[in-house]
Design a protein around this ligand. Sequence first.
Ligand code: IPE
Ligand code: IPE
Ligand code: MG
Length: 247
Amino acid sequence: MYYNELPRHVAIIMDGNGRWAEKIGKLREFGHQKGVEVAIDIVQQASDMGIPYLTLFAFSKDNWKRPQNEISVIMNLMVESLKNEFQRIVESQVKINIIGNLNDLSLEVREVLDEIVHKTADHKGLNLTLAISYESREEIVNATKSIVQGVINGVYKIEDINQRLINQNLYTAELPYVDFLIRTSGEQRLSNFLLWQLGYAELYFNEKFWPDFTKEDFESALSVYCQRERRYGKTGHQMKQKIFATQ
Ligand code: IPE
Ligand code: IPE
Ligand code: MG
């Protein structure tokens, strides 16, 4: 039984690069390299399938706690792959946004990211958001500060504070809420990713390490999503009546 069309907004926690590499006796960095290749394939597939929004967790705020060498490799891989893929990004009309605390990044990385965001701003295809140095709780704190500042400055009144205003002050203000979250590597946690935006998302956990995740795995994950009944607090019976009424 299929309940849903393809999700409008898919978010992925691409986890397991390090363990994948260690399992085959390689350095963790090798896993990140393979992970980027898989990410490029999945972006292309999402774009080909016409999924409008894809958000990838590329680097968390807490990932700064990792060894410096691993961090440098990840940063270089991000910058190099965005440069190398630019032609394909243009051909597929992928529009790139970045969410996270960009002040944490080196000037060199920030410049490359700024440039790609700028150059793809008018693209009409897949809306690809990369979460880099991202932490959901920090995002919510920042939104709170800007709303309080708005109240102090007389831009809003306390009564104006509602879900929509909070949403407008998040990094993801331009994005719809997430419909479907995929996490690979068998871990079943959110690791501070999009806590507000995932409020009603369907969650899907896959045992495979991210470098082993294939286009077929992505397709079967999407098929699971289509078979989930999203009830939003209603009963299954009410939802069936709604489907019947719209037929
Ligand atoms: C995900 O893979 C990529 C990043 C966090 C940057 P990991 O590097 O977390 O790999 P594991 O979970 O240690 O295997
Ligand atoms: C989350 O994975 C961040 C990314 C995938 C970029 P982690 O591997 O850092 O998360 P934890 O530490 O296992 O929760
Ligand atoms: Mg991990």
